[in-house]
Design a protein around this ligand. Structure first.
Ligand code: DAH
Length: 360
């Protein structure tokens, strides 16, 4: 007969040292399972004499009982430890700030936002949106707009010219959105009521000028559109855009080859501590050019100036964006600095509309 005490010490030490529940279960099967070592010992009792059984019975059964008790104690301890480890691993810190979804973190560039605002205001007045290419022919950018070849007004535009094509003609990066007036009049019959937002280019760079900038052009052509209508449209636009109840505007006579008469429009404002406010004050700020479409332009577009007339205007989008949102420098608009866009950008789901509020 084996040394039962030594066996017990050995088995209890193994139970105590079992690293996890699987090892412990293995140990149980190896000792108390059907063919386990302790079960085998118990089986030997049957073949013993009654005397021998009297001595060995309690010893072997005692070993089995203590082993069973040790196993279940160890099982409990291991289960508790496993639970504690799992709780520690799966713990979430509910005080951590929620990480924002991309559609919340993303930003709309102020220029895009302002174009959306302008579009919302003019669509309410029945204007459609028209577009044209950034690379334009000299004919559309200048000649059709009544800038004759060699005319000094061309020089004022600091034009970027492309390399001459096979016929020696040089395309240009459009210096204004006005060529799309011509494209529109050639493509559709009056009545026409469009705005034309887009990129424009001039060789110019300082705090308020960048070589690429944005304009929105307006064009209305029918049989009766007049200066009074133009004034009302511009006033209605400025009130809605700057979100004020009244604006005072000043029409100063000016010159553009494609309009006659032409005017530059100033808007009354106050400047206090570098802050500009509209609808009050003694200062004037130039915001756009406009006029009645020149008969030569109508003719260049195949329209009879004795039958049709209309007005046009051109606004610097970057400039009114800077005014409305108090941004002092234009250059960072196009530098792609994430910190700038996070500060000045707009939330993607705040889509401007006149009913919902332009700027939330
Ligand atoms: N195209 C002009 C510019 O870039 C702005 C302008 C003036 C547009 C008068 C117009 C207009 O439509 O009528 O300087």
């Amino acid at each position: 007969m084996t040394d039962l005490d030594a066996l017990e010490r050995d088995l209890l030490a193994q139970v105590e040292g079992a690293p996890d529940e699987t090892a412990l279960e293995g140990l149980r099967v190896a000792t108390l399972g059907k063919k386990g070592s302790v079960s085998e010992l118990l089986k030997t009792l049957g073949a013993m004499t009654p005397d021998a059984r009297k001595t060995w019975g309690p010893r072997i059964n005692g070993l089995r009982d203590r082993l069973q008790a040790a196993l279940s104690l160890r099982r409990e301890a291991l289960a508790e430890a496993a639970l504690a480890a799992r709780l520690a691993a799966e713990r979430i810190d509910v005080t951590l700030p929620v990480r924002e979804a991309p559609e919340i973190r993303g930003r709309i560039h102020p220029i895009s936002q302002v174009i959306d605002e302008i579009t919302a205001i003019f669509s309410e007045m029945g204007f459609a949106v028209a577009e044209g290419p950034d690379i334009e022919t000299d004919e559309l950018n200048f000649t059709a707009l009544n800038f004759p070849p060699g005319h000094p007004a061309r020089e004022m535009h600091d034009t970027f010219f492309l390399a001459p094509d096979r016929d020696g003609r040089r395309k240009v990066l459009r210096t204004h959105t006005s060529p799309v007036q011509v494209r529109t009049m050639r493509a559709q019959a009056p009545p026409i009521r469009v705005i034309i937002p887009g990129r424009t280019y001039r060789h110019d760079s300082d705090q308020t000028h960048t070589p690429m900038f944005h304009q929105v052009e307006g064009l209305v052509i029918d049989k009766a559109a007049n200066l009074g209508n133009l004034k009302w449209v511009l006033e209605t636009f400025c009130k809605a855009f700057f979100e004020v109840d009244s604006v005072t505007m000043r029409f100063r006579p000016s010159f553009f080859p494609f309009t006659e008469p032409s005017a530059e429009v100033d808007i009354q404002c106050s400047r206090k501590d570098g802050e500009i406010r509209f609808g009050e004050g003694q200062d004037w700020l130039e915001i756009l050019g406009c006029g009645m479409v020149h008969p030569n332009v109508l003719r260049n577009c195949g329209l009879d100036p004795d039958e049709f007339q209309g007005f046009a205007f051109g606004v610097g989008i970057d400039r009114i964006a800077m005014l409305k949102y108090g941004m002092p420098d234009l250059r960072p608009f196009f530098e792609g600095d994430l910190r700038w866009i996070e500060h000045y950008g707009f939330r993607p789901l705040d889509v401007p509309s006149l009913v919902g509020g332009l700027t939330g």
